[in-house]
Design a protein around this ligand. Structure first.
Ligand code: GRF
Length: 216
């Protein structure tokens, strides 16, 4: 079977895109085949070009037809630092194929306006001892689609928004490629999948073979 084509939508520096490009380069499961940007000055575009992946800049990110056309034949679509809202018409056509990475443990610290540094500022202001990264399906409600996988990151007492962001980003770079590979290996199912870390890998959570907590 050939690798599942993956489109990555970006608006910024593209360090998550880079993690995907690196992890999927030789993967039998999935391959980044195109990168779509909401803006021409996104640093992510240069990363895609260096990797020899085709790029496209949306002229009208609010146009569902343009978004769907840009995605082309990709079976899985990853929002990796994509700062525009996906138009509702496009979300409906990409159901269970459109995923996002968020730098906190959703449903906490998500929603409109919760992006970038603001997320980590809010986590620190709340006094939470734990934050992390979440990969979830994109649906019509901002940051509320079903969760696919999460990875916790402890908050240190001396953290600043920048130190916390850096530690969460490192985790994002591990979580996102693993979630993408696992979804691809499952054939991008037509319904929600939940993955959990078990034995050093992400596996489907609701399989009878996956056990949690003390065993005996
Ligand atoms: C990441 O923190 C991601 O979780 C959020 O936007 C940031 C993108 O960073 N959605 P990068 O462009 O991948 O470096």
């Amino acid at each position: 079977m050939s690798p599942i084509p993956v489109a990555v939508l970006v608006s910024g520096a593209g360090t998550n895109l880079q993690a995907l490009l690196d992890a999927l380069r030789d993967s039998p499961a999935a391959r980044v085949t195109r990168v779509v940007a909401s803006r021409a000055d996104a640093g992510a575009l240069e990363r895609a070009r260096r990797a020899g992946v085709s790029t496209l800049v949306l002229a009208h990110p609010d146009d569902p037809g343009e978004v769907v056309t840009a995605i082309g034949d990709a079976r899985l679509v990853v929002l990796a630092g994509y700062l525009k809202r996906i138009p509702t018409g496009a979300i409906a056509r990409l159901r269970w194929r459109l995923i996002n990475i968020h730098p906190a443990l959703l449903p906490a610290f998500g929603g409109p306006g919760m992006y970038g540094r603001r997320v980590h500022e809010a986590v620190l202001a709340s006094g939470a001892a734990l934050t992390g990264a979440t990969v979830h399906y994109v649906d019509e409600e901002y940051d509320r689609g079903p969760i696919i996988a999460q990875w916790p990151v402890p908050v240190r007492r001396d953290d600043t928004p920048d130190t916390l962001a850096a530690r969460v980003l490192e985790v994002e770079h591990q979580l996102l490629p693993q979630a993408v590979v696992e979804l691809a290996r499952l054939g991008v199912p037509e319904g929600p999948v939940r993955l959990v870390a078990s034995g050093g890998a992400f596996v489907v959570a609701d399989q009878p073979s996956v056990r949690f907590g003390a065993q005996g």
